[in-house]
Design a protein around this ligand. Sequence first.
Ligand code: PEP
Ligand code: MG
Length: 574
Amino acid sequence: MSFSLYGIGVSRGIAIGRAHLISHTSFEVAHYEIPPARVDAEIARFDAALAVVRDELQNLSKNAPASAAPEFGAFVNLHLMILNDPMLALTPRELIARQQCNAEWALKQQMDSLLEEFERIEDSYLRERGADVTQVVERVLKALLGQPVSMPKAQARAKDVILVARDLSPADVIVFRHQAFAGFITDLGGATSHTAILARSMNIASVVALHHAWELVREDEMLIVDGTQGAVIVNPDKSILAEYRLKQDQWDIERQRLRRLRTTKAQTLCGVPIDLQANIESPDEVDEVQQSGATGIGLYRSEFLFLGRADLPDEDEQFEAYRGVAEALKPHPVTIRTLDLGADKALNGQTASGPNPALGLRAIRYCLAEPPLFNTQLRAILRASAFGKVHLLLPMLSSFTELNQSLDMIEAAKQQLRDEKIAFDDHIAVGGMVEVPAAALSLPAFVERLDFLSIGTNDLIQYTLAIDRTDDSVAYLYNPLHPAVLWLVAHTIRTANRAKIPVAVCGEMAGDVNLTRLLLGFGLTQFSMHPAQLPAVKQRVLQTGLAHARNAARRILSAQDPDKIQLLLERLNA
Ligand code: PEP
Ligand code: MG
């Protein structure tokens, strides 16, 4: 039976392929094959999850709350014993290797067979210990949840696989990016979650916030994913399939046509040059950046080097990654954003911390709370600055104190390198992201101490409108055209221009062609976006007269009614 589902399209284009269901929540465990070459990595993923739970339990045992019942210690120790028992710690490893299956599935199978044995025990006390095994397994599954899942099927088949998941973490997608697959759909998620951003950077058609895809779609069913319209067609009939194959070809032709603009200089109709730069998440994207004709990297999300792995990259590994990008882009700038960990980007199998992760220890807050981690990264970035034009960008600043602490840490890292006689660019430009309303409303303090600003509209919208960008239940409120958002963006651009310091927009608004003229009208001359979006934005820049854009932007800024804003924007884009 054919039917359609509707959600939010997060990455344009059309994908056609067979459904593969993946999951990691609790006991709703997916089963998929691990290619032989990835079996060791899958075992390492399992071991890392065990290590996380071991740490959790040891911490619990050491720091038992004063109010805890006397049995608390014994109970935690029992769980530690269960965890360390070879039946749980070793047998699943053997299953992963023997059956070439994913870690969650191996663990679930082993739990089921242990529980069967417990069921047969006559002594009721011992029989009830089966519940403890279940609890320990649940903890390990949760730890696996924070770790990337492996690629579902043999690589040969992956090209036409469409992943169907309740949710995918950015760490999952980072692992998948090295494999070929056609698209993904999820029940949860928002348009600017980091998972969606990664999908866009990989040019993979995807739709999120479908709510019931996981329950309604069956393994191996034929799917059409229309990332432009936010629709998924399940079991399409022949004529619909043919229609979408045609649309897919037209989309590819349009993309190739736009690619011809690669070497055309980006400037407005009146001749004002506009700097179009690229956002990347990993050094592998450098080729694509160069193909897109970008004049630099305006946002390198460095934290992705830390995701999807059990260990932390050391200073040399980070330095090599940054140096490679800086050298490849030379003489163009590469803006390396310091770690934006926390919220939906958890480290090493940790799940998001705090009652409200988006408002918790994230980005610069996280780095300032972990000075050795921050220092290592700052040293690596500074060392890379000797090999190209590197800019350093601080995420999520919200107070002058945070800015000063960060600048002090940069100075301390510089001093270490001087003492060690290691080369770096002493004049490295240091910028700050404006993505918290508090920063946008206290710009003079930031402008005074920073060399440039970059507006992170994804978070600026999230924090201005008080909606979690990853939560699909409030996704309908996520509105870049909200008057408060437009005011903060326009105000930041105006203030930076007056202070004569460069300002860019590097959030998703920069890559949305419908907003290009509006941002130009606000006085923006530097945009940073996914390389795939760059040619279309360039085409729009080439067709824009600044005087007209400025007038229209002024009118839009003074409007409050959403319908009127929409109408004025449509007129501006006509
Ligand atoms: C933003 O918030 O707009 C931004 C560019 O940063 P990220 O999407 O990585 O949070
Ligand atoms: Mg951000």
